[in-house]
Design a protein. Structure first.
Length: 95
């Protein structure tokens, strides 16, 4: 589990090193996940709990997209975006 005393600058440096070493893809989700990762580390979230939460978000996103109306499509898209963003945070916390 990640050190709760890590600074935001150290977290950014670690992520940039992962991108340079090709351990991580350089996607929009990776860049957006940094503040979430920092916040989750500070509140003491564990990788396992975060994984479970992201799977719930993904399933809810599938359900919302399958409903077929415009509001559920928007909500489902937002849930999927959060799923991928928090999945990236999950990997950072596990390292």
């Amino acid at each position: 589990m990640a050190d709760r005393n890590i600074s935001f600058k150290e977290l950014v440096a670690r992520q940039e090193a992962d991108i340079k070493s090709k351990k991580k893809g350089n996607t929009i989700y990776v860049k957006i996940s940094l503040p979430f990762t920092y916040l989750l580390i500070k509140i003491g979230a564990t990788p396992n709990k975060l994984t479970l939460f992201t799977y719930v978000l993904g399933i809810l996103g599938c359900i919302m997209l399958s409903l077929g109306n415009y509001p559920s499509f928007i909500l489902g898209s937002i849930l999927f975006f959060m799923f991928y963003t928090l999945d990236s945070s999950d990997g950072d916390i596990a390292r």
